[in-house]
Design a protein around this ligand. Structure first.
Ligand code: ATP
Ligand code: MG
Length: 228
C-alpha cells in the first residue's frame, strides 16, 4: 500500500479516503466504475482496493487463490493514480473481517481522517451480519453504489430498519449501471464465451494466461453459437 502519510498539514481539511473491499474474483468494470464514481462524488483523495484473503462470507473451495486475485486487482488499477491496492487482508491469516481491516486503516490514517467504505447496494444490506458491525460504524461511513438487479427500494427498506446512528452512516450513490458480476464472468470463461470489454484488457489477458476459471489450462473452448 502506498502513501500512508497520516496527518494533514495544519489548517488543512481532514483526509478523505475510500476503501473498496471485495473478493475480486475477477475484478471487473462494475467495481472500477463504482470506486471512481464514489471518488468523484464524495471528493475523495484516493480509493484503496482491498482483495479479501479468505472471504468470510464465501465458500473457500470456490474462491481463486488470493495471489491471482491480488495480481488482477493490481493490474486493473495501475493506470489510475488515485487508486491503490492493499495486501492487508491477503497477508492476514484466517477469515478476512472488515472490522480488523478498518481498525488497521484507522490506526494508519489517524483519528481525523474521514474513511468511506464502498460497497454495492447488494453487499451493504449484509453489513449488520458482519463481525462487530456496530464497531465498524464508529470507524467509517458506508457508500452503497447502485447496482442493476438490486432495486433501490430494497435498500431504502433496509435502511429504514437501522438505528438512527447507523442510518446516518450510510449513503447511496447512483452510478452508471453496469450489469456485470464476477460470477457471470467466471461462468462465461468456463463456457468459452467472451469477457472482452467487461473487464480491463490486462485482466482478460491475465485470466487467459493463467487459465483461470476455464479448468482447461487457458485453452479457448469451442463455443456453441446462440441459436434461434
Ligand atoms: P460475485 O458475483 O462473485 O459475488 P461481484 O461481482 O459481486 O462477485 P464482489 O467481489 O463480490 O463482486 O463485490 C465487491 C463489491 O463490489 C461489493 O460491494 C459489490 O456490491 C460491488 N459490486 C460488484 N459489482 C458491481 C456492479 N456491477 N455495480 C456496483 N457495485 C458492484
Ligand atoms: Mg458479490
Amino acid at each position: 500500500m502506498q502513501n500512508l502519510n497520516t496527518n494533514p498539514g495544519e489548517g488543512q481539511s481532514p483526509r478523505r479516503i475510500g476503501f473498496m473491499g471485495g473478493t475480486f474474483d475477477p475484478i471487473h468494470h462494475g467495481h472500477l466504475v463504482a470506486a471512481e464514481s464514489v471518488y468523484d462524488g464524495f471528493n475523495l483523495e484516493q480509493v484503496v482496493f482491498i482483495p479479501a484473503g479468505m472471504p468470510a462470507h464465501k465458500s473457500q473451495s470456490f474462491v481463486t487463490p488470493s495471489h491471482h486475485r491480488l495480481n488482477m486487482t493490481t493490474l486493473a488499477v495501475k493506470s489510475n493514480p488515485h487508486f491503490s491496492v492493499s495486501t492487508v487482508e491477503v497477508k492476514r491469516e484466517g477469515p478476512s473481517y472488515t472490522i480488523d481491516t478498518m481498525r488497521c486503516f484507522r490506526a494508519c490514517y489517524g483519528p481525523e481522517a474521514e474513511l468511506f467504505f464502498i460497497t454495492g447496494v447488494d453487499a451493504v444490506m449484509q453489513i449488520p451480519e458482519w463481525k462487530n458491525a456496530e464497531g465498524l460504524f464508529e470507524i467509517c461511513r458506508f457508500i452503497a453504489a447502485t447496482r442493476p438487479g438490486y432495486p433501490t427500494e430494497n435498500f431504502f427498506r433496509f435502511r429504514d430498519r437501522l438505528s438512527v446512528r447507523q442510518r446516518r452512516g450510510i449513503r447511496m450513490l447512483a452510478i452508471p449501471a453496469l450489469s456485470i458480476s464476477s460470477s457471470d464472468l467466471r461462468e462465461r470463461v468456463r463456457r468459452g464465451r467472451s469477457i472482452k470489454y467487461l473487464v480491463p484488457e490486462v485482466v482478460e489477458q491475465y485470466i487467459l494466461e493463467h487459465g483461470l476459471y476455464s479448468g482447461n489450462g487457458g485453452r479457448v473452448r469451442s463455443r456453441a453459437p446462440i441459436t434461434f
